[in-house]
Design a protein around this ligand. Sequence first.
Ligand SMILES: NC(=O)c1ccc[n+]([C@@H]2O[C@H](COP(=O)([O-])OP(=O)(O)OC[C@H]3O[C@@H](n4cnc5c(N)ncnc54)[C@H](O)[C@@H]3O)[C@@H](O)[C@H]2O)c1
Length: 311
Amino acid sequence: MDASSMPAPCGPDTFTNRTVIVSGGTGKLGRVICRALAEGGANVVVNDINAEATANLVEELVSDGRSAYGITLSAVNGSEIISQTVSKFGRVDAVVNPILGAIPWKHFENLTDDDFRASFEANVLAPISIAKAAWPHFKAQNYGRIVNFTSDGMLGFPTASTYTFSKGALFGVNKTLAMEGAPFNIKVNCVSPIAYAPTMERHIQRFSEDVQELFKTRYKPEGNVPMILALASEGCKISGEVFNTSGWAVGKSVWGVLEGDNQMRTVEECLLKMDQVTTKNTKEVYEPGSMVDFTEFQSNWILGKDSKSKS
Ligand SMILES: NC(=O)c1ccc[n+]([C@@H]2O[C@H](COP(=O)([O-])OP(=O)(O)OC[C@H]3O[C@@H](n4cnc5c(N)ncnc54)[C@H](O)[C@@H]3O)[C@@H](O)[C@H]2O)c1
């Protein structure tokens, strides 16, 4: 499947009168997201630490007759980015954050505290900073969309601790902001995309040949764009979900809980029953929608009640 033969991800008016900030806007995914939003009628704010790439992308979009503005700042400067955006376009409607801090590629014991700080700053504090600064605007207008970027790397990826730890943190960011945003029509979701680049060549060697081919031919940056734009659009009615996107396919990532054993009173019993507790068997995985849901589930099965019933 060739990206150039695919239909445009949205109509030319889907984002008319909407201002969307794309932080990490000049990266592999950021670039195609900025272009698609601009072609969908949005005022696009390209935010990135790469000054030259930001200026070039903005010039490219503006010379194509699109509405774009560049802000070269780390996205941890959320207040300044929102303030410049509102001065330029009068409002902010959505923030999309395909940010990626540099990955040191070292084993855990060789990483420094500064390696972790840098990664958490780019991958977690930056999207939080932008969301926090945008929040009062979203509340005042009873409208806002946030799309953060996690990674299947959070499922475990040796030598990528700084990346996987920080990407895992976004799972919690997503759930809590979705709940706090619910009364104000602020929808917060996360994507876990795949966009092939030659730098992944070594990483994909572990897969079968047909999967390697899939990476190279179908896992284009563009193959994630329709869902990302859907989540950033007015039409988006869901919140707090994590979607895995790749090659124009979309799935949902879940965090689930299983009933265990409610009589584990000694270390010996715990050790003996560990396999039983961790084996899925025929038990149904329950996906709590919130901390309250989880606590009800846990309490109900300990009490011997139907764990899916509300107490
Ligand atoms: N490419 C993939 O296959 C893949 C897989 C899983 C997850 N993701 C996620 O998707 C997102 C985009 O990935 P990508 O491949 O386009 O990455 P990329 O490295 O091509 O782009 C990331 C961009 O973020 C910018 N950036 C870094 N720190 C910043 C900061 N503090 N403030 C503003 N901008 C900053 C960089 O300059 C760069 O332009 C990332 O969050 C990544 O974790 C990508």
